[in-house]
Every structure is written in C-alpha cells, then in structure tokens.
Write a protein of this length. Structure first.
Ligand code: AMP
Ligand code: GLY
Length: 424
C-alpha cells in the first residue's frame, strides 16, 4: 500500500519509520516532511495546512492510505477532505478533532459526562474575565480556547499577571481568534502523564504511557516549549491508575463523543494529572503527541499500519496492539535560544545508529548536499533498553555522538521518572 503522511516533524519521522516496518507498506510520501525524513520517505513540498494541495497529491500519486498527524490539518478537516476524495485515512474528522480544537468544547464535554477535570469558567468578555480574576485563588490557569502552538495555557501567580495575560489573549489577540474565548481554570498539582491511545470509536486501546518534559531548562525551569524530551513508560502510571483511567476517563470520553454524534477514530491523547483526588484530564489532543510518539512507537511490537487500518475500519482489537516490556528515552537537541530567538543553517554530523537507537529529525533541511539545522527543535536522540536507566543513558550517549554548532539539550530528561521508580 502506498501511504501519504501529512506533517514534517520528529513525530512524523517516528510514524514513518514505524510504518516502513509494516509488511504491507509500499511507497511512503511525507507532506512536507523535512531533510531528515527524506531518508525514509519521498518528501513533497506541500504545507500540512494546504488541504487542497494534500488532496491533489493523494490523487495524483494514487495513494492507498493517508495518515494525518498534526493538529491544524485535523481541526481544519483534512481527513474529511481526503475521505471525500476516496482516500481512506487514519485520523479524526473535523467534528471529532474539536476535542483538541476547542478547549471550551472539551471542558463542556467533560462537565456534561462527569469526566474528572479541573473546575473552570468560560469568558468571552475581557472585562468580565478581569472582574472574576480579582477574587480568584492564585496560582490559577488561563487557557485560550483554540489552537495556540502549545502555548495557550498560562499559569499566573497574581492578579497583575492574570490581567496581563487576559489583555494579551483577548485584546491584543496574540493567538488570533484562538483567544477570543478563554477558560480560567483551577490550578491542579500532581505528576503529569501522557497516554496516547488508539480508538476506533468502539474500544480504546491505550499505548504505553509516557512523560513529557515541556520546560526549556533543567529542573523544569525556563519557558514552555514543544517538548525537550520524553520517557516511556511513566513510572507514576501504575496498573491500578491505568484501570481507573480506563473506567473513569478513556471509555467515558469515547462514549461521550459517540453520544454527541462526533465519533472519534484515530489516536486520542489524554494529558492527565494524577492529583490527590485521582487522575484528572488536563487536555485532550486529537493526535499523536510530540515528542511522546518518539518514545512510544519504538516500543510498539505490532504492525502500526495494520492497527491504523483497523482503527479506520472499526475493527480494532486489544490483541493487535502489543508493546515491548522495555523502556525508551528521547533527548531533544534544539538550537540554542529556543523557544525564543535562535540561529539556523548549521551543518549536522549524524552518527551511525544501532538497533536500539533512532534519530528522529524535526527541524533540518538539505542544503548543497548537507543536512543543516532549520528549526528550534532540531532532532530527537532516542534509545530503547530493558530498563528506564538503560534507555536514558543510551539516549544521552547517542545525543553525544550528534554534532552541530549551537546545539542545546536538557541534561535531566528522565531524572524525575528514575527518582519515582526508586521510590516504588
Ligand atoms: P495544556 O496546553 O492544556 O496542555 O497545558 C500545558 C501545561 O500547563 C500542562 O502540561 C500543565 O503542566 C499545565 N497545566 C495546564 N492546566 C493546568 C491546571 N489546571 N493545573 C495545573 N497545571 C496545568
Ligand atoms: N507533547 C505534548 C503535545 O504533543 O501536545
């Protein structure tokens, strides 16, 4: 089967590498892909948000299946457009992708169906939001309703900070229309867990759990980023908590979407916080997480393409999804300065990779036959091992063999997970 993958980051590189292992995979196209993905797929320079362009390439190349992974095209209806053109897809339709596309929608869904989440209020008027914030408890959390490149949630410690955030989102519109409505949410505490799952709208099959490291600097300091590294599994996510999440969160969510006439098929991502009152939903994503996918898929033993076809066809079974009992770690190498200002265009020296290693490229392009940096997050150095400690050490050893000028990485990916493991 010839497959088209929409997107061009480290996550898509991991998806493509996993699809390539499938018995039935034929040619793979990446739209737009990147300089690193070009080693594993034919990259076609069509933007992930150019829906008409994507449909045109799918038709022209006569692809048999499409996988849509980024949030923007999903929320814009890329799957609807491809399916209407006769191309079967992995990914939710626009109606279902709203679970990520609107935080007000997902909050209302959770309230209506009794799914545990932080208490919150919705505001469309900045003056009313400010009034509410005058007597709020701090810290509190302000979230833009729509997509905001992962930067739409701001934790504020005082009324002054809250007022500034409201003005930025609602008046200056730093996130465009995404900030026209905001949620003001109760601040929760506890370990965070990412659980990616496959669902065909009937059953939910969770993948191995993972832990993201969102802040730019060690010890979770510095600005929020798209993710500086991940480990899987997440030691806080015990079998007991997993069973509780299935019963109180995963199945109720899939059933709620069905009841709303918005059946979700694809990868449903649960961003959870394990609070003293039990697991609560921090966010839903309508897609694979980045960089969670870079540690989850290397542990997948089953055929990803077969799973995706079953999800699309409504015939998913739990036994189709098997994970290795080992662990994985991804260390992101970024350009110094990310997520603010950074320089690009530096040549990258890539080492040979072993059987338990992978390099998933996010921000690099080919220039005069040389792979050079082109983004903030440049690549992820990934390793698997029997133990979490082994995976963390191996991922850092691999990262140490990759070179480009101005490379920056966190030095503590996995440290918190290893400490948690030590306590068990
Ligand atoms: P989101 O964009 O909703 O994923 O939020 C980004 C990050 O903000 C999360 O990973 C959490 O670390 C933090 N966060 C979001 N909502 C809350 C909340 N209600 N309480 C505490 N932290 C939160
Ligand atoms: N790693 C968080 C996300 O993909 O949204």
């Amino acid at each position: 089967m010839d497959i088209l993958v929409v997107g061009g980051g480290g996550r898509e590189h991991a998806v493509i590498k996993a699809l390539k292992k499938s018995r039935r995979a034929g040619k793979i196209y990446a739209l737009p892909g990147n300089g690193g993905i070009a080693a594993d797929a034919e990259c076609v320079p069509v933007k992930a948000t150019d829906i008409a362009g994507i449909v045109a390439i799918a038709r022209e190349r006569n692809v048999d299946f499409a996988v849509v992974t980024p949030d923007d095209p999903l929320v814009m209806g890329c799957v609807d457009a491809l399916e209407a053109a006769g191309v079967p897809c992995f990914g939710p339709t626009k109606d279902a992708a709203i679970i990520e596309g609107s935080k007000v929608f997902s909050k209302n869904l959770m309230k209506k169906y009794g799914i545990p989440t932080a208490a919150s209020e919705v505001f469309t008027d900045p003056a009313a939001a400010e009034e509410y914030l005058r007597t709020a408890h701090y810290p509190t959390v302000i979230k833009a309703d729509g997509l905001a490149l992962g930067k739409g949630a701001v934790i504020v410690g005082s009324f002054d900070e809250a007022q500034k955030t409201i003005r930025e989102m609602m008046v200056d519109k730093v996130f465009g229309a995404s900030g026209e409505r905001v949620l003001i949410e109760e601040f929760l505490t506890g370990p965070e867990v990412s659980v990616l799952s496959f669902t065909d709208g009937k059953i939910v099959v969770p993948m191995v759990s993972s832990m993201d490291h969102k802040r730019a600097k060690d010890n979770d300091e510095g600005l929020n980023t798209g993710g500086m590294g991940t480990v899987a599994p997440n030691p806080y996510y015990t079998p007991e908590i997993a069973a509780e999440c299935m019963e109180k969160i995963f199945l109720p969510t899939v059933r709620a979407m069905n009841a709303e006439g918005r059946t979700f098929k694809g990868c449903l991502y649960f961003g959870l916080m394990l609070t003293a009152d039990g697991p609560k939903v921090i966010e839903y994503n309508c897609r694979f997480g980045d960089p969670e996918t870079q540690v989850v898929l290397p542990l997948l033993q089953s055929d990803l393409l077969e799973i995706m076809l079953a999800v699309r066809g409504g015939s998913l079974r739990p036994d189709m999804v098997r994970f290795s009992p080992g662990a994985a770690c991804c260390v992101v190498l970024a350009s110094e300065g990310y997520p603010k200002k950074y320089e690009t265009g530096y040549p990258i020296t890539m080492p040979e990779v072993g059987a338990n290693e992978a390099i998933y490229v996010a921000g690099a392009k080919f220039e005069n036959g040389q792979l050079v940096t082109s983004g903030g997050r440049v690549l992820g150095a990934v390793a698997t091992a029997d133990t979490l400690k082994g995976a963390v050490d191996a991922a850092y050893a691999l990262a140490g063999r990759i070179h480009f000028e101005n490379a920056y990485m966190r030095r503590d990916i996995g440290r918190r997970a290893l400490m948690a493991q030590g306590k068990q």
